[in-house]
Design a protein around this ligand. Structure first.
Ligand code: DOR
Ligand code: ZN
Ligand code: ZN
Length: 421
């Protein structure tokens, strides 16, 4: 046995005092007592969770690395308790063909501090079959946002859907019907909300309902009705923490400019109830960094996007410890559900799974300091928010963070093409 970890583990929604033995990066044994181990780690207080999985980040490599790169993005993830990320394709150039995908894989290979998978974006006439074996999933942008890879035409979408279904891969969708997005001048988050009404989200999902039963994942759901519609079609769903926390009545400025927009209070509250009722499959941070300079432009031209990969889980963990969010639901939406949606050998503390473990000292509540985060963005909407950051993070048995300090290396691998095998 390489390592034995003892402590209170979060296993299928329950906290259990256990010992877990790790061999070759995987959980090898579990029990009340596990003998041996070249190394033993004992956590006498706090809890140990599976590594969290963020199925939606924008790490900006290649082409926009002033905003983020794979090193800074995955370092942020690690400090947020996230040991696996799925990275979006709206880069420059966008990931839409095998050449750009291979180049991206080569350039990020030794930079990742957590495991990862990559999305390829749908474009007309793309070669789905060529890309499918090498991607975590496909991404469809039905509404325009950062990057120029909009595809909102039913015929163009329909043309690719057969191949996508046969590939067995998930199709994650930015579901805002671009034809329903207004282009009126924007000076505030209210204007942005008016330009991108919730009906645009409803209509995008309604148009996808002809693909009922396919592995479609609706990203950043902002409305309870969208979640219901998606569920009725057998689609999975993601929610961001910013759509659960913020409402247009209470926020000001480009920090909160994001697509889809921050909704009004009523919509936000109904969304939170829908999440708590278990109607949404998983959390996805939609970590979308832009530099301070990008965001300092006037509202109309400032880019949309908020960061979140480092703060989502620590904030939710604080909520869970204060009875504001159920811990079993946090585990499902943050770990086991994304693992099962994207077929990852992760997300549960169980024999045979990757030994991705996160130890939280649950009494160690801090306030988020923008300067202490690891994203290149350097600004966050969550400054001052209470959070519980991980104390120790292990990736496939490698200790990457100990006592809150980075002590690892860039050992993250692509979960689809296993370069370590
Ligand atoms: O606000 C957003 N920013 N929404 C998206 O869908 C894309 C993202 C980005 O890449 O900046
Ligand atoms: Zn999106
Ligand atoms: Zn996104």
């Amino acid at each position: 046995m390489d390592i034995v970890v003892e402590g209170r583990f979060l296993i299928d929604g329950e906290l259990k005092q256990m010992a877990v033995g790790i061999e070759d990066g995987k959980i090898a044994t579990m029990g009340k007592l596990v003998r041996g181990g070249d190394e033993r780690l004992e956590f006498t207080s706090g809890i140990i969770t599976p590594g969290f999985i963020d199925p939606h980040v924008h790490f900006r490599e290649p082409g926009m690395t002033a905003k983020e790169d794979f090193g800074s993005g995955t370092m942020s993830a690690l400090f947020g308790g996230v040991t696996c990320v799925l990275d979006m394709p709206n880069t420059n150039p966008p990931t839409t063909d095998i050449r750009t995908l291979s180049d991206k894989k080569a350039s990020i290979r030794r930079k990742a501090h957590v495991d990862y998978g990559l999305f390829a974006a749908l474009t007309p006439n793309m070669d789905v079959n060529r890309l499918a074996p090498h991607v975590a999933g496909f991404k469809l942008f039905m509404g325009s946002t950062t990057g120029n890879i909009l595809m909102n035409d039913d015929n163009e979408i329909g043309y690719l859907m057969g191949d996508i279904a046969r590939s067995g891969k998930v199709l994650s969708v930015h579901a805002e019907d671009d034809d329903m997005i207004l282009r009126d001048r924007e000076e505030s988050n209210w204007d942005h909300l008016r330009n991108r009404p919730v009906e645009a989200e409803h209509n995008a999902v309604r148009r996808l309902s002809r693909y009922r039963g396919m592995r479609i994942n609706i990203c950043h759901v902002t409305d309870a009705a969208t979640a219901e519609m998606a569920k009725a079609n057998g689609f999975t769903t993601e929610v961001t923490l910013h759509h659960m926390m913020f409402a247009a009545e209470n926020v000001e400025g480009t920090e909160y400019k994001v697509n889809p927009p921050i909704r009004d209070l009523r919509t936000r509250d109904a969304l939170c109830r829908s999440v708590e009722a278990g109607n949404i499959t998983m959390f996805g941070s939609d970590h979308a960094p832009h530099t301070q300079t990008d965001k300092m432009q006037e509202y109309a031209t400032a880019p949309g996007g908020m960061i979140g990969v480092e703060t989502t889980i620590p904030i939710l963990m604080n909520w869970a410890m204060h009875g504001r969010f159920p811990l079993p639901l946090l585990e499902r939406m943050g770990c086991s559900n994304p693992a099962s949606v994207f077929s990852l050998n992760k997300g549960r503390i169980k024999v045979g799974m990757d030994a991705d473990l996160v130890f939280f000292d649950t009494k160690n509540v801090t306030r988020i300091d923008p300067d202490a985060l690891h994203s290149k963005a350097g600004h966050t909407a969550y400054a001052g928010t209470e959070a519980i950051f991980p104390d120790t993070v292990m990736l496939r048995g490698n200790i990457q963070i100990q006592d809150g300090e980075y002590c690892g290396s860039a050992t993250g691998v692509d979960t689809v093409d296993h370069p370590r095998d």
